[in-house]
Design a protein around this ligand. Structure first.
Ligand SMILES: Cc1cc2nc3c(=O)[nH]c(=O)nc-3n(C[C@H](O)[C@H](O)[C@H](O)COP(=O)(O)O)c2cc1C
Length: 387
């Protein structure tokens, strides 16, 4: 029974616990989870996690885009046994779900990425570790154990530092490199500006830099302030172009995934550049306010890629139905973002695991109740666009 419905049984566990008087420790509904986390987090951390760029119009667009696509369930198709397993670029996963790269997780909980790594690892859900993590990529890998993991690169201005990050990631058994393309500069983020809150200035989220031999050259005996200044200078290189991608190829043998593709012409350029995958994403509305909702961008990108490389998706995914829709529109897997940060804020490792299990259960149930047993059979025919 457990195998036949890989995740849905979690709801039985919750109902049975209720017979013994135990209620769920964390809010089950997405909005309530966010609201409870907002109460717990301090204003700066909450603004940083929940906020977006500008008027947060793109954050809203991300959510609205999901409402315009509706699932049209099919009936009488024997959905008693489902299989959500998949593999993306050689990385096996129990469902087409990964943890999006999120930096500075210690602002949500002192265990930060270590908690996420343990929770994701315990479920076999791949974690994408950010360059801007509060713990080093080696510490995260250790906490993640045998769990599948990818490394997200913020491409630094210093090529030797970039090469060092890539080498460290490969040594720590990360299985792919995700290069984020939309954050060469930090966008205008009113909530963070209002709180004058940027965690990096407090040396939070720069563990990979502080632990790096290339970064540390010439910094013997330097004060924190000097290191932070160096970090600010080296964090990114807005001058890189499509041609520069060869540098990454030359410095890693891992599959390369470009994150932040929205335009179909960029998807074609990615194919021409010979990368191995892309993530359709607008960084959760945190970068270009006014940018297209990520789900609105997905179909054209999928069409441009024509099945030659996997297209992943994030930005605005909040539950099983959202994931189902993105997968039906051609994504090979979805990246869950802010929701697991709220789980982290409320309960560390346990909170992240609970959010992931709930998300997977809802996804399994949505698949079954819509009339399918595996995502390979789900395509745009499962949806209608409603305007
Ligand atoms: C607090 C926070 C920090 C983030 N840090 C990173 C990061 O370090 N690297 C990266 O590629 N994306 C980062 N992202 C973007 C996520 O990977 C993902 O694209 C985004 O969260 C998706 O939007 P959603 O959470 O609203 O679904 C961050 C997002 C948030 C909310």
């Amino acid at each position: 029974m457990t195998d036949a419905q890989p995740f849905a049984n979690y709801q039985n566990e919750i109902y049975f616990a209720g017979l013994g008087g135990t209620l769920p420790q964390y809010p089950v509904a997405w909005d309530d989870l966010e609201a409870r986390a907002a109460e717990k987090l301090d204003a700066g951390a909450h603004g940083y996690i929940a906020g977006g760029a500008g008027a947060e119009d793109t954050m809203r667009a991300n959510r609205e885009a999901f409402r315009r696509w509706r699932i049209v369930p099919r009936m009488l198709r024997d959905v008693s046994a489902r299989d959500l397993h998949t593999e993306v670029l050689g990385t096996p996963m129990p469902a087409p779900v990964m943890c999006a790269p999120i930096g500075v997780q210690s602002i949500a909980h002192p265990d930060g990425e270590l908690a996420t790594a343990r929770a994701a690892g315990s479920l076999g859900v791949p974690m994408i570790a950010s360059t801007a993590s509060s713990y080093t990529m080696e510490e995260i890998a250790q906490a993640n154990g045998d769990g599948p993991r990818w490394y997200q690169l913020y491409w630094p201005r210093d090529p030797e530092l970039a090469a060092s990050f890539l080498e460290r990631a490969e040594k720590s058994d990360y299985q792919a490199v995700v290069v984020t393309l939309d954050t060469w500069l930090l966008a205008w983020r009113p909530r963070d500006l209002q709180n004058s809150y940027l965690p990096f200035l407090r040396a939070t989220g720069i563990a990979n830099y502080l632990s790096d031999p290339v970064f540390n050259r010439g910094l013997d005996g330097a004060e924190d302030a000097q290191k932070i200044l160096k970090f600010l200078g080296v964090f990114s290189d807005p001058s890189v172009t499509w041609e520069s991608l060869q540098f990454i190829r030359d410095h890693t043998s891992l599959p390369i995934v470009l994150k932040g593709i929205l335009h179909p012409l960029d998807a074609r350029r990615a194919l021409d550049a010979g990368v191995n995958g892309i993530v359709v994403s607008n960084h959760g509305g945190r970068q270009v306010d006014g940018a297209i909702g990520a789900l609105d961008a997905l179909p054209a990108v999928v069409e441009a890629v024509a099945g030659r490389i996997p297209v992943l998706f994030d930005s605005g995914v909040r539950g099983g139905a959202d994931a189902f829709k993105a997968l039906a529109l051609g994504a090979r897997a979805v990246l869950l973002g802010r929701p697991y940060m709220y789980g982290l804020a409320l309960g560390g490792e346990d909170g992240v695991r609970t959010v992931l299990r709930s998300f997977l259960a809802e996804l399994d149930l949505t698949l079954a109740l819509s009339g399918y047993t595996r995502f390979a059979d789900v395509d745009q025919n499962a949806l209608r666009e409603v305007r």
